[in-house]
Ligand binder design. Structure first.
Ligand code: SAM
Length: 212
């Protein structure tokens, strides 16, 4: 279903400078409409964020592709995602052969996505909780992807990143953020690239925003 629409979306991503073949392949395989709730399904292959309930969103495909490409993963890498949401980003990483650990703070969303993953046979470790403190048990991670906007980089996430690993995280105000791509050069040296103008829902938690 929707094969044609998916290929058109992949073409849009190519025009927006998504060049990594593994990322583009994952976008042509993963069926985004399975992660979008009922009434919005027919918009699934537009390059836009869509509501998933509870004032949360499934991110814009370009943003998912950009963040995934920036992580530069290899098959078998361990990636920690903060903000499971619909599960689409996690499914893209799984399609690239990555081992996914993902945390969601909204219990209803967590349960719904866990059920969907069981139904689709997607094998990721999903957890309910505050992702700003990370998931110590399986650290260090080759990649950490934060899919909600944070006021600053949570220190514990930096700790849980492997040396040589990358973290992709939107940092800024509650409405607009700059994407930071952080490479951990050594235990006490980081290299950061910044790309402006992204829009995410807020990361709420101990090392994030306070709930309003
Ligand atoms: N990656 C998701 C996807 O593919 O659909 C998009 C995530 S949505 C833009 C952001 C998600 O982050 C929401 O589901 C929200 O409940 C969650 N969130 C916000 N703060 C969080 C926190 N501290 N820990 C875990 N999840 C959090």
């Amino acid at each position: 279903m929707y094969e044609q629409e998916r290929e058109e979306l992949v073409e849009i991503l190519k025009q927006k400078e998504i060049t990594d073949e593994r990322v583009l392949n994952a976008f042509s395989k993963v069926e985004r409409h399975l992660f979008v709730p009922g009434v919005m399904k027919h918009h699934s292959y537009k390059d836009v964020a869509l509501p998933i309930g509870y004032e949360q969103t499934i991110s814009q495909p370009y943003t998912v592709a950009f963040m995934t490409q920036s992580l530069k993963t290899k098959p078998g890498d361990k990636v920690l995602e903060i903000g499971t949401g619909s599960g689409y980003q996690a499914a893209i990483l799984l399609a690239m052969g990555v081992k996914v650990f993902s945390i969601e703070r909204n219990h209803d969303i967590y349960q719904r996505t866990q059920k969907l993953f069981d139904k689709l046979g997607l094998r990721a470790a999903l957890r309910f909780g505050d992702g700003t403190i990370g998931w110590e048990e399986y650290a260090p991670y080759n990649g950490i992807i934060v899919t909600a906007g944070a006021p600053s980089v949570p220190k514990r996430l930096i700790k849980q990143l492997a040396v040589g690993g990358r973290m992709v995280i939107p940092i800024g105000g509650r409405k607009i953020q700059t994407m930071k791509v952080i490479t951990k050069i050594s235990e006490d040296e980081l290299k950061t690239e910044e790309i402006p103008n992204f829009t995410f829902v807020p990361l709420i938690g101990k090392e994030g925003w306070k709930e309003e």
